[in-house]
Design a protein around this ligand. Structure first.
Ligand SMILES: Cc1cc2nc3c(=O)[nH]c(=O)nc-3n(C[C@H](O)[C@H](O)[C@H](O)COP(=O)(O)O)c2cc1C
Length: 314
């Protein structure tokens, strides 16, 4: 690369809330990138902005019985059931691997009760090498009849408040799209102190085997992800970015730099790449490269100049 090209390399760092700046706006989405180790043979993890690890809970969880995955047109249904080794084993056996990189490590946390979320957050917050937390509120509150935390504005508020009181780390709250008005929930978590909002998690769906007359998934329903959900995710990010002042992080069906740039244009400060990893393990890095190339071709010197630049009028 000659000195001219070096001069033209755009600035890619973005601030994603709570004092956390990441080197570029592309992160690996929770549950689709394991704990990083699985992808290390394919490329240098230092090239992505952040790795969001698979969700961790207080105790180990075996997840749901198989079949837990089903391909759908332009996407997939999963009912993994948040299988994970529990926070203590995560810290002891998984986190050390990620500490060797300069990429931000964001720990995705979930629980069945407010207390469980809080306990996991406290434990993770006392650990070195964690740069932020992402709180998955798409889980049923077993103490409130199984209502999903993120579908009720009061519960979403309460859980955000509790988590914030238990940590000094930046807190990203990840919203479920399975609601009537995503803006109400977004405003609620912002009011409770969320440093950033990630959206969307998967959309609940199902699929049936008509020969056997049974659902394809043992859990009957599962979460739909992949390109099929991108227009919905994009619409929700656009809506939420207009309503809140904290950074919004877009996720849902992103497979290319162009997809990612659509999210940035409607107001996302950063994006996450999920299901695309199962088709192309290099997806996140290819997206970083593609964005840089586009910015250079269009003489955009800093990604922050590009964010939120959608013209809504014709
Ligand atoms: C197999 C699988 C496991 C997932 N596990 C988690 C998880 O542990 N925590 C979480 O917040 N989201 C989880 N997600 C949701 C993704 O992080 C992402 O929000 C969603 O898949 C939409 O993005 P995509 O279409 O790019 O995959 C999972 C998704 C998939 C496909």
């Amino acid at each position: 690369m000659n000195s001219n090209n070096v001069k033209n390399i755009p600035k890619m760092a973005v601030h994603i809330g709570g004092g956390l700046t990441i080197k570029n706006p592309v992160m690996a989405a929770s549950g689709t990138f394991g704990y990083g180790e699985e992808y290390a043979p394919y490329y240098d993890i230092n090239r992505v902005g952040a790795v969001i690890v698979k969700g961790v809970s207080l105790e180990p969880r075996a997840g749901n019985p198989p079949p837990r995955i089903m391909e759908t047109p332009c996407g997939m249904l999963n009912a993994i059931g948040l299988e994970n080794p529990g926070v203590k084993i995560f810290i002891k056996e998984k986190l050390p691997f990620l500490r060797q990189y300069t990429t931000a490590v964001i720990v995705n946390v979930f629980g069945e009760t407010l207390d469980e979320y809080k306990r996991v957050v406290e434990i993770v917050s006392q650990t070195e090498g964690v740069h932020g937390l992402e709180i998955n509120i798409s889980c049923p509150n077993v103490k409130k009849g199984g209502i999903v935390f993120g579908t009720d504005p009061d519960m979403a508020y309460e859980i955000t408040k509790e988590v914030k009181s238990a940590t000094d780390l930046p807190v990203l709250v990840k919203l479920t799209p399975n609601v009537t008005d995503i803006c109400v929930i977004a405003e609620s978590v912002q009011a409770a102190g969320a440093d950033a909002i990630s959206l969307i998690n998967t959309l609940t769906g199902m699929s049936v085997d008509i020969e056997q007359r049974i659902p394809h998934l043992a859990n009957i329903t599962g979460g739909l992800s992949g390109p099929a959900i991108k227009p919905i995710a994009l619409r929700m990010v656009w809506q939420v970015a207009k309503k809140v002042t904290v950074p919004v992080i877009g996720v849902g069906g992103i497979t290319s730099a162009r997809d990612a740039m659509e999210f940035l244009m409607v107001g996302a400060r950063a994006v996450q790449v999920g299901t695309a990893h199962f088709i192309n393990p290099h997806a996140a890095v290819d997206i970083v490269d593609g964005m840089e190339k586009y910015f250079m071709e269009h003489n955009i010197r800093d990604v922050n100049e590009f964010i939120g630049t959608l013209h809504e009028g014709r």
